[in-house]
Design a protein around this ligand. Structure first.
Ligand code: DGL
Length: 271
């Protein structure tokens, strides 16, 4: 039977608009769920910030989503925030309601696939330096070979709309031709933006490398968690909301591309 909180929304946040790819996957899989999205565009990018600073951003955003918007669960739709601040946020809320990060579902999917012997990770500098993917993967499968590479040019390139063109081909080739990635069986797209260039990355590897990103894998995991807690909503009563902490023309124009449907961003300076 549905829990009394089941009609409350799901909070989804990211440093910017990349997490809209995750929000869309959730909405597609669970159309009865209402989403409150928060993109911290005033503080973007998180990918080159210190863990301490990211903690403070995450704390304000979660307070907004939980206290003000009354969310029943919070999805950290940002690899960098998940890498630096998941344990911090989870411990703070002491299991009162689900906090889901984008890293654990990908780790789970990789270690469950016995055909993967060598995996690559591309992500922001902070995610790579945190060592979280490496540690979680190796804890579950010490035999797995892991190669990581920070790819800081990709997120701004995607945000500026470069894909399937000369610039994106050059940048992608430059990063992925790194000898580290020779013979990988799988590649983790460890940043929520990268989903938008998944096809190009797949073409680079002639479709021979399995790609793992945080959209459908996370949405499926979230559905299981909500179901186990009797938190699945059976009716959507209000529309999704998409807030950002700084609203520019550029973000507004890119947002619908990331979400895959038209949407309107609203400014909300939460502090
Ligand atoms: N969305 C962030 C992530 O998934 C990347 C963008 C940023 O650096 O803020 O890691």
């Amino acid at each position: 039977m549905a829990n009394s909180q089941s009609s409350q929304p799901i909070g989804v946040f990211d440093s910017g608009i990349g997490g809209l790819t995750v929000a869309h996957a959730i909405s597609k899989l669970m159309p009865n769920e209402r989403i409150i999205y928060f993109g911290d565009t005033a503080h973007l990018p998180y990918g080159d910030k210190s863990p301490e600073l990211i903690h403070s951003f995450v704390q304000s955003i979660s307070k907004f989503l939980i206290r003000k918007e009354n969310c029943k669960a919070v999805v950290m739709a940002c690899n960098t925030a998940s890498a630096t601040s998941y344990e911090f946020l989870r411990d703070k809320h002491e299991g009162n309601f689900p906090i889901i990060n984008v890293i654990d579902p990908i780790v789970e999917a990789i270690v469950s696939d016995n055909s993967i012997k060598k995996v690559g990770l591309i992500a922001t500098k902070t995610t790579v330096e945190s060592g979280v993917y490496q540690e979680k993967l190796n804890r579950r499968n010490p035999e797995l070979e892991i190669e990581v590479l920070a790819t800081p040019l990709l997120a701004p390139m995607i945000e500026e709309g470069f894909s399937q063109d000369k610039i994106s081909h050059t940048v992608i080739e430059n990063y992925l031709s790194n000898p580290k990635f020779k013979d990988i069986d799988a590649l983790i797209l460890g940043c929520t933006h990268y989903v938008l260039i998944a096809d190009e990355i797949s073409e680079f590897f002639d479709g021979k490398v399995k790609l793992f990103d945080s959209t459908d894998i996370l949405a499926s995991k979230l559905k299981v968690i909500l179901d186990n807690e009797n938190l699945l909503s059976d009716k959507k009563e209000k529309r999704n909301k998409f807030y950002v902490s700084d609203l520019t023309k550029g973000f507004s124009e890119s947002a619908s591309r990331f979400y895959g449907e038209n949407l309107v961003l609203e400014l909300n300076k939460i502090d």
